[in-house]
Ligand binder design. Structure first.
Ligand SMILES: [Fe+2]
Ligand SMILES: [Fe+2]
Length: 131
């Protein structure tokens, strides 16, 4: 089952809310795929793509404000995922999104939050304590 779990909590409420919403979109995408609802799949991947763009922008602004040292590496991961989403969305117009694709998205997001996002947490907390 695709869902956000407390193990993925960054402790930064605004980012946790966004991560939860991302997993909700992903669960919708899974149901569109399983039920072969092509148009719904196109709609959901489009929403997910836009939502990820907003989330990445918010996260990137917070990392910059906190002077996060591994910013470049993090930005590169976001950029790569954005282009994957772009490809998946374009493809979804012609054919149903596969379960492998949903699995890839779920795996990428879980892994990214657990490792790459978690690494900025101490820096964001330090920054928040200052303000
Ligand atoms: Fe994130
Ligand atoms: Fe991130």
């Amino acid at each position: 089952m695709i869902e956000w779990t407390p193990a993925l909590s960054t402790g930064v409420p605004v980012l946790d809310e966004q991560h939860k919403a991302i997993f909700q979109w992903l669960a919708e995408l899974e149901s569109a795929t399983v039920d072969q609802r092509t148009l719904f799949g196109v709609y959901v991947i489009t929403r997910l793509k836009h939502y990820m763009r907003e989330h990445f922008a918010a996260e990137e602004a917070m990392m910059k404000a906190a002077g996060y040292p591994n910013l470049a590496e993090h930005l590169a991961q976001h950029a790569e995922f954005r282009s994957r989403l772009e490809e998946i969305q374009l493809k979804s117009i012609g054919e149903d999104i596969s379960t492998d694709t949903v699995r890839f998205l779920n795996h990428w997001l879980t892994n990214h939050i657990a490792k790459t996002d978690m690494a900025y947490v101490p820096y964001l907390k330090k920054q928040q304590a200052k303000t």
